[in-house]
Design a protein around this ligand. Structure first.
Ligand SMILES: *Cc1c(COP(=O)(O)O)cnc(C)c1O
Length: 474
């Protein structure tokens, strides 16, 4: 059984159409098996059908998916240049793990790591180590494992029998950190939100640390509201902890989004390897790295930060290649596309792209606020993202109503409640990405404004959908 519930399967549907119901102009009769045959849905069909017909059936079904460009819920890239399509198509058959057979792809991965190490101010970029992954989730698993192994070494004999490792983070972390703690049996210690603080508090984080803390995770660009966590202040609080107690806790920066925004727009913000306590950093190449989904990056400031025994060497593809990854085989196309993007844009190109995303976010946040119906939590000043809720005087409708009604117009704007202790607060979030232009932003505002009279005329908020919390996640 698949993990997600689906619509009723074919068995529960009315009897299938027969061949005569199929329009021969759209689906020509085919010598093998044309549109005369209904597609099999849940059972591998007995016989082949022609590629043209199979492709049309699959393509038509997928038309009912949403329009990715109008999806303001996701951080993930939904637009690339045609040249990127060309590069990716040319690499479709390359398996990134096959570094011996595809040495140039391997070289492009190395160059991307070097560029990121330099961009994130590694003290010695040549000494930094890193790898590509399928996304930030995998990168976070790898970084978390490195933290855990380093702690185990420090803990020596006490591990694993008597000590349980823990990881300190804000309650606003992305779900991947809860996965990490669950899968690798690490106790998550979360700093709750408080009042109008929607992410980690440095002192509270330090207070949760003890000798079994494998690290503190800070998020550059909170998923919930787009705010940057105060990485440098967290490091300072941990410096004080070291002085006070002798406990030395490393920091990992989950820069899934911010790692490709802050270096270009907030050059003075010190959040990266300039902070000696920052052991590792991850980013999603497929978010503000501007590549289609399936690429992330994990970097360690030096080989010391990545225990050598976690790196596997395999020789059965030829050569002797180190790998650190959860998967073995993986497409090489995304890595080539990342290198293309780096080459194509350079620093000033990235600055221009991210600045325009931030400008769109700021302008749109201002306009949403100007309706008078909403209270802003953030205004697109850090990540090009803003979160907002209904103003205190709005009682006729809530954020879930807004989300549902905007969906009728094709816009996907998630509404969700915040983590502990602000579960009482439900917000909407708009992620402005490359391709969400000022023009589209204006259309969004017009659609929102057009809805308000109807929403204000409601008797009260309509019932919430059951699974509100699953409406977002990226
Ligand atoms: C998106 C995100 C992740 C997960 O990244 P994927 O690339 O989707 O696996 C982790 N952390 C943060 C802060 C994120 O925004």
């Amino acid at each position: 059984m698949p993990l997600h519930p689906g619509r009723p399967g074919p068995d529960e549907r009315p009897a299938r159409r027969d061949a005569s119901a199929v329009n021969p102009f759209y689906g020509p009769a085919d010598p093998v098996a044309g549109m005369r045959v209904e597609p099999s849905r849940h059972r591998l069909p007995d016989d082949p059908m022609s590629p043209r017909v199979a492709a049309r059936l699959v393509h038509d079904e997928l038309m009912l998916d949403g329009n990715a460009r109008l999806n303001l819920a996701t951080f993930v890239t939904t637009w690339m240049e045609p040249e990127a399509d060309w590069i990716m198509a040319a690499c479709r058959d390359k398996n990134i793990v096959d570094k011996d057979e595809y040495p140039r792809t391997a070289e492009l991965e190395r160059r991307c790591v070097a560029m990121l190490a330099d961009l994130w101010n590694a003290p010695d970029p040549a000494a930094a180590v890193g790898c590509s992954t399928t996304g930030s989730s995998e990168a976070c698993m790898l970084a978390g494992m490195a933290l855990k192994r380093r702690w185990a070494r420090r803990a020596g004999d006490r591990y694993p029998a008597s000590a349980r490792p823990n990881l300190v983070m804000g309650a606003n972390v992305q779900v991947c950190w809860e996965k990490f703690c669950n899968f690798w049996e690490v106790e998550p210690r979360q700093v709750p939100l408080e009042g109008e603080r929607f992410h980690i508090d440095p002192q509270a984080a330090a207070d949760l640390c003890d000798e079994n803390t494998i690290g503190v995770v800070t998020v550059l660009g909170s998923t919930f509201d787009g705010s940057y966590e105060p990485v440098a202040e967290v490091c300072r609080a941990l410096d004080a902890l070291l002085e006070r107690t002798g406990t030395d806790v490393p920091v990992h920066v989950d820069a899934a989004s911010g790692g490709m925004v802050a270096p270009f727009l907030d050059a003075d913000l010190v959040w990266d390897f300039r902070l000696p306590r920052v052991a590792s950093v991850n980013t999603s190449g497929h978010k503000y790295g501007l590549v289609y989904p399936g690429v992330g990056w994990a970097l360690w400031r030096s080989a010391d930060a990545l225990p050598e025994e976690l790196v596997f060497r395999v020789n059965y593809l030829g050569g002797d290649m180190p790998t650190f990854a959860l998967n073995f085989s993986r497409p090489g196309a995304q890595v080539a596309a990342q290198y293309y993007t780096f080459l194509r844009l350079g620093r000033s190109g990235f600055r221009a792209v991210q600045q325009s995303a931030r400008d769109v976010a700021r302008t749109l946040a201002e306009r949403v606020e100007a309706t008078g119906d909403f209270r802003m939590l953030t205004r697109g000043e850090q990540l090009p993202v803003f979160a907002f809720t209904t103003a205190p005087h709005i009682t006729a409708y809530d954020v879930f109503d807004v989300s549902r009604r905007m969906r009728e117009r094709g816009w996907l704007v998630p509404a969700y409640t915040l983590p502990p202790h602000r579960e009482d607060l439900a917000v909407l979030r708009v992620v402005c990405r490359n391709g969400f232009t000022a023009d589209l932003g204006e259309l969004f505002e017009e659609d929102l404004r057009a809805l308000l009279p109807e929403l204000r005329a409601q008797q009260g908020p309509l019932q919430r959908p059951v699974s509100v919390a699953t409406a977002f996640h990226h």
